[in-house]
Every structure is written in structure tokens, then in C-alpha cells.
Design a protein around this ligand. Sequence first.
Ligand SMILES: C[S@@+](CC[C@H](N)C(=O)[O-])C[C@H]1O[C@@H](n2cnc3c(N)ncnc32)[C@H](O)[C@@H]1O
Length: 153
Amino acid sequence: MAVPYVPTPRDVAIEMLRLANVRPGEVVVDPGAGECNIVVLAVTIFNAIGIGIEINPALVRSCIETFEKLGGLKGRAYVVWGDLFDFDYSIADVITLYLGSDANEKIRLKLIKELRRGSRVVSHDFEVPGWRPIKSIVVNGPFRTHRIYLYII
Ligand SMILES: C[S@@+](CC[C@H](N)C(=O)[O-])C[C@H]1O[C@@H](n2cnc3c(N)ncnc32)[C@H](O)[C@@H]1O
């Protein structure tokens, strides 16, 4: 189940965090974080604590470089180098997904087991198989339209 790095466009990412109603101090986790764009937006725009999980070390390095370049994110932005299927998501208030249907299906049981009641999951373009979204919206990106699905545990 290879999921390549394709970044969520900035405006779409902001809409994902808005749809999830991210509040200051909440923990936003991005499994498969790429260059941590969503983590940085969660911290800098929504005043949340952002955690990215990324398996590709070059992308993890890029996350760290971005955190250092921006500065002031200490204690608020984190990246974990590892497999997203090994992470314990129980600390998350909000999960942002951009993975694909197979990976969404695989992570689903873990999320159900680990997330607290009321936690929100937003998924870019791919539904979580077997879950019914509370809401889904279409957002215009620079090159195409994107769909975002919101689920509440
Ligand atoms: C489509 S990109 C999404 C990037 C970011 N979440 C965003 O929306 O901008 C998927 C990312 O998941 C990472 N990835 C794929 N499988 C993974 C795994 N098992 N554990 C951690 N990261 C993984 C890829 O390296 C890639 O960076």
C-alpha cells in the first residue's frame, strides 16, 4: 500500500482544519504528513499543537527544517519519523487524512479503538470506507476541485 507524497494545497488544508473546527490548544495529528504543511497551518493559523507522522526521512528532514526556519514553534509542532500504523492516536483531537481508500480502511479500526469520543477526522478526497461523513464539502484548489469529508467519532 504505497502512498506517494502529494501535498494538500494550502487553501484546501485550511478548509480541512476549519471544517474540523480546530480550537486553540487542541492536538492535530497528520498521519503521512509529507513536508508538514498541515502541521504548520494547524499551529500557526489555528493555534493548535501539530504532530506529523512521516515514513520518508527526507520529508521528515524537510519538516524539521521548516519548523526551524519559521521559529517559535517549539513545543507546538512535532514530526515523528515512523509508520503511521504504529502511532498511538489517543492524544489526538483532530486527525487529517490524505492517504487513499486502502490506507483509510486500514487506519479506520485503529482510529475507532484509540480516538476519544468527539474527536474529529477530516479526509481529503478519499472517504473512510464504512463510515458515514457528518458533512462533506467541495473546495476549489489551484488546479482542480477537492472534496473533504468530516467524521466525528
Ligand atoms: C498524499 S501525501 C499527504 C501529505 C500531507 N498529509 C498533506 O496532505 O499535504 C501521503 C504521505 O504519507 C506518507 N506515508 C505513506 N505511507 C506511510 C506510512 N506507512 N507511515 C507514515 N507515512 C506514510 C508518504 O510518504 C506521503 O508523504
